[in-house]
Design a protein around this ligand. Structure first.
Ligand SMILES: C[S@@+](CC[C@H](N)C(=O)[O-])C[C@H]1O[C@@H](n2cnc3c(N)ncnc32)[C@H](O)[C@@H]1O
Length: 188
């Protein structure tokens, strides 16, 4: 496991009622194309690179469920939340690199995103999936260790904030498959 397509999205939608997907980092749109084949009622994908965002938007121009937001994640999440029903559970596919230019000083971008979301909505029914966990902690992971140049500074290299923010409401699991996968599923 390491890609969104490793998951049975329609099953997650059925089991958890999460009919909204939010993806941070569109990339070449592989996860977006996969998600588009599922039963989500709304899909947001946030990408800072203009060409990638445009390509993804054009690829899905006829699919009115899909909004590609060409923005840094910090702003893109706020835009997506403004369009989302707070009562509707969502699946967050967190897929931007660990080293991000929009990270606040002294904090991982990923941590800032999660804290922003926790302050902006009730996360207790949402699902969080993160790959490339090897960037944030030592393995062993199936694909081996990450390139040292891609790692965050040692003082920030941790996913403890996931526990802090979600442990009361979610079951957190780290799997060694591929580059490492973290899942946080609602307990209830
Ligand atoms: C690994 S790719 C995403 C792959 C895609 N989610 C998938 O599963 O097919 C990561 C993407 O994040 C984008 N990205 C990096 N920093 C970003 C930021 N601060 N805000 C928005 N997108 C960012 C990069 O341009 C890149 O396209």
């Amino acid at each position: 496991m390491g890609k969104l397509s490793d998951y049975n999205l329609d099953r997650l939608i059925g089991d958890f009622g999460c009919r909204v997907l939010v993806e941070t980092g569109t990339g070449r749109g592989e996860a977006l194309a996969f998600a588009a084949k599922s039963g989500f009622s709304q899909i947001f994908s946030i990408e800072s690179d203009h060409k990638k965002a445009l390509a993804a938007a054009l690829a899905h121009v006829r699919d009115h469920r899909i909004t590609v937001i060409n923005a840094k994640i910090t702003r893109g999440l706020a835009e997506a939340l403004a369009e989302m029903d707070p009562a509707q559970p969502a699946l967050f596919w967190l897929n931007a690199p660990a080293l991000r230019k929009d990270a606040p000083p002294g904090r991982l971008g990923l941590e800032a995103d999660l804290r922003f979301l926790a302050g902006a909505r009730d996360l207790s029914r949402d699902i969080f999936l993160l790959n490339d966990v090897r960037l944030y902690m030592d393995g062993p992971f199936e694909a081996g260790p990450a390139d040292p140049d891609s790692l965050p500074p040692a003082a920030l290299r941790s996913l403890d904030f996931f526990d802090e923010i979600l442990e009361a409401s979610h079951t957190l699991t780290v799997l060694p498959q591929s580059t490492g996968l973290l899942s946080a599923f609602p307990k209830s």
